[in-house]
Structure formats: structure tokens, C-alpha cells
Design a protein around this ligand. Structure first.
Ligand SMILES: [Zn+2]
Length: 442
């Protein structure tokens, strides 16, 4: 059986078997037991620059196992910087590596995909921490898309969004919206952590513009960087993982320059039937036509198409007219890394949700169970992967409401520095002296 964790007991049964198995056997087993059919991936990128703060990352030839072409996966990402471009550039250069360092080695594809949500959380936080240690200002949104086979994993902070149109024409939002204006839950989290949320106050007490977080004046609740904003502006990403049918689908990843001008439906409709590169150009062109070039406007279109060898036996007609955005209901990590391995054969084009969690609670996000085999010989910090000496790690559950039951050695463990970061994100540590106040913001 190759579907990961089938029956919900994937972490309990297989590790004993896997423990003795060398990597070559694992790979061979993966090849023989799982029919490897991967989509043909075509992508296009278009961008119009106003501030020079949008950056993109496109890499189609990443490998889970270096040197093994059968373990190829693709990454597409947009970083929309603010208050300068240093954070966007730093994140573009370091985030993927920080994520991959947080994935245990020697996993097969299903285990690797199951480990990704936790690794994404660790990689985002490490990147944020490392960038802040450089004491540079600026921050960035991140929408980070990993495509492995038919499985698409999207991690996001900020408001650059990613949508999926499935082969039969349903729309799915795969990223979060961390604009304070649109996210009441995040406003409550920030307020509870000691931040103030309100509109910009001009002379005379007139309030204008979007909701912003003070100190700092940022209108996003999550980002990477933003040294000069309260630490309750956190880098913990919303993560969503879906599996497409082998009929494929189209991803549209865009910065807010596009989404401030176009609805999800109109972006899809404007680009319908066009190859990915022309589609991306068309979406950016239409956005700029509608609203003018008021912001950096960037779009990546990625098509996952059935490989030529797979006959496309049935092609459903595209649904016409208005379609509702299907927001698949979120699942919490406490439900265990969820997946429903029984495919519904009556809906061959269904998009299967494997995982979703956007919680800001680090203990919950790191507490995902996945096959451990004998991978954790060393005690590592669950965020930055630094090796911990015995007795040195601090349980991520310390300080949580359940802390009475937590023993200091209960994993996942954090190093002292990552523990301090966790407390800062939860508002348990006073913010640094911040200069931009609500009334003094330019
Ligand atoms: Zn650490």
C-alpha cells in the first residue's frame, strides 16, 4: 500500500518495517509499488514593477534525493516586500533550504509530503529569525508552492494569494489572507498579544486607510522580517496541501497588485484556454488596465497537465458563468495529518484535501506525527535544527494551557533561542523599542 498513512495508522505500523530498510530499497519499493505518473508542468511568469519589491522564485528541477531524477519536485513562489526589499531577497535566497533542512532524510514520497507542513513552519520561522538577526528593516509576504507529483502544498504569510482551478472548473483558495482588514481572528490574536490595531490617525483625529497594527503600522498580521514591528506579526504560515486528480489543474499565484484589481473568477476567465506564459501576461495586463500600475503586479501561472502517455479519456466541459469559490473546510493538525486515501471513483476530477492548518500556536503546528523510523538519533531543535545536548531542549508545550501535564523532556523540543522567539510571538516578551507610533507614522 503506497498511500500514506492509510487507515490513520501510518505512524504506528510502518516504522518498524522501514527501520531496517536502506534508502535504495525504499526508492525501489516506491517505484514498484506506486505507479509513478507525474503531471507535465508548464509555467509562465509576468510582472510589472512599481516599487521593485516583488520577487519570484521558480525552480522546476528540485530533487528530494539529490541525483535521483525520479524524486523531482517543483517550487514556485512570490515574495512581496514592503519597507524595502531586503527581506524579500533574503527569503528568496534562503527559505527553500531552511525548509528542506527541516525534513528528515530517507523518507519515501508519501512520508516526505506528510513531513512538509511541519518543515514549512520550521523553515519560515528560521528564515524570519535569521533575517531579523541581521538587524535590517523591511518585511515580505510569502506564497510558497511545492508541487510533487499531483500533490500541491502551499504555505503562505501575508496577502499574495494562490488559487487552483481544477480540471472541471472548480476554484479553490490555497493560501491564507493575512490582511487585518479581512481577518478578524488575526486581529484578536494580535490584540491578545499586546498589539494595537487601528487605522492611521491623521492630524485632527481623522482615520484613513486600512486597519494597521501598532507599533509599526503594518496592515498584515503575518510576514517574514519586519524587525521594527511587534513580534506578534508572526512568520508561522498557513499551510494547505491538496492532491489533484490526474486530470490536472491550473494554479494562479499573484501578488496583491493583481488581486486588488481582479477577482479570482475574472483572473481565471481572462486567462482561460491560454498557455501558461500568455495567461500570466494577460492577467497582469488586465489588472494594470483596470487599476493602473499602482503597486508591483506579479503573476505566476502553473499548469499541471496529464502526461502525454495518459489518455485523457473524458474531458468535462468547463462550467460556465459564475462559480463559487470552494473553500474546503480547514482541518486541524490535532486531527493528525489528515488524508483520505480512498479515492472517490464517482468523482474522478475531485480535488482531495490532504492537510490544512493556519493556527498561530507553534506547539500545535510542530506536533505533527509522522513516521520517525530511526531518523531522530540526535536531539534537534524543531525549528532551527541545531543539535541539542541532553537536557538542553525546552519542550514546545511549556507555557501552554496544558503545561501542568507537560514534562520538560516532552518533544518537540526547542533550543533556547527558538524558545525565546516562541515567547515573543505569543506576546510574552516585551517588544523592542519601536519608533513608528500610530500618530507619528508617515
Ligand atoms: Zn532553535
Amino acid at each position: 500500500m503506497s498511500t500514506r498513512g492509510g487507515g490513520g495508522d501510518g505512524s504506528a505500523g510502518s516504522p518498524c518495517v522501514d527501520r531496517m530498510m536502506p534508502l535504495s530499497v525504499l526508492l525501489k519499493r516506491e517505484l514498484t509499488s506506486e505507479k509513478i505518473e507525474t503531471p507535465d508542468i508548464f509555467h509562465g511568469l509576468a510582472s510589472r514593477s512599481k516599487k521593485g519589491e516583488d520577487f519570484t522564485f521558480l525552480k522546476t528541477e528540485c530533487q528530494r534525493v539529490p541525483g535521483n531524477g525520479l524524486t523531482t519536485f517543483a517550487v514556485f513562489a512570490i515574495f512581496d516586500g514592503h519597507n524595502g526589499s531586503a527581506a524579500a531577497i533574503y527569503t528568496k535566497e534562503n527559505l527553500l533550504n531552511n525548509i528542506l533542512c527541516a525534513v528528515p532524510s530517507d523518507l519515501n514520497r508519501d512520508e516526505w509530503l506528510a513531513a512538509l507542513p511541519r518543515a514549512l513552519v520550521a523553515g519560515f520561522i528560521k528564515t524570519d529569525k535569521d533575517f531579523q538577526s541581521k538587524a535590517q528593516t523591511s518585511g515580505t509576504t510569502v506564497t510558497f508552492v511545492i508541487i510533487d507529483g499531483w500533490t500541491v502544498t502551499v504555505a503562505s504569510v501575508g496577502d499574495s494569494r494562490c488559487i487552483l482551478e481544477s480540471a472541471e472548473g472548480s476554484l479553490f483558495l490555497l493560501s491564507a489572507d493575512h490582511r487585518l482588514d479581512d481577518n478578524k481572528e488575526e486581529v484578536e490574536r494580535i490584540t491578545a498579544s499586546g498589539g494595537e490595531v487601528g487605522k492611521l490617525n491623521l492630524a485632527g483625529g481623522i482615520e484613513i486607510g486600512p486597519l494597521r497594527c501598532w507599533p509599526g503600522g503594518l496592515c498584515l498580521s503575518r510576514s517574514i522580517g519586519d524587525m521594527d514591528v511587534g513580534e506578534f506579526i508572526i512568520p508561522i504560515p498557513h499551510v494547505k496541501q491538496v492532491k489533484l486528480s490526474n486530470a490536472g489543474g491550473r494554479l494562479i499565484i499573484s501578488s496583491d497588485g493583481v488581486w486588488d484589481a481582479l477577482s479570482f473568477e475574472s483572473a481565471v476567465d481572462f486567462s482561460r484556454g491560454l498557455p501558461a506564459d500568455i495567461a500570466a501576461n494577460k492577467i497582469v495586463k488586465e489588472a494594470v488596465l483596470l487599476k493602473g500600475l499602482r503597486d508591483d503586479t506579479t503573476c505566476i501561472v502553473v499548469d499541471l497537465l496529464p502526461p502525454e502517455k495518459i489518455p485523457t479519456s473524458v474531458t468535462l466541459p468547463k462550467k460556465q458563468g459564475m462559480r463559487g469559490l470552494k473553500r474546503m473546510l480547514g482541518k486541524r493538525a490535532s486531527d493528525s495529518p489528515s488524508h483520505h486515501s480512498v479515492r472517490n471513483y464517482f468523482e474522478p476530477y475531485a480535488v482531495e484535501e490532504l492537510y490544512e492548518d493556519g493556527s498561530a500556536v507553534l506547539a500545535q503546528r510542530l506536533n505533527i506525527v509522522y513516521p520517525v523510523c530511526n531518523l531522530f538519533k540526535l536531539l534537534l531543535c524543531a525549528v532551527c535544527q541545531v543539535e541539542l545536548k541532553p537536557g538542553e531542549g525546552i519542550s514546545v508545550h511549556i507555557g501552554s494551557s496544558k503545561s501542568a501535564k507537560v514534562r520538560p523532556w516532552d518533544g518537540p523540543l526547542l533550543c533556547r533561542s527558538c524558545q525565546a522567539k516562541k515567547e515573543a510571538m505569543e506576546g510574552k516578551r516585551p517588544s523592542r523599542n519601536l519608533s513608528r507610533t500610530r500618530d507619528g507614522y508617515k
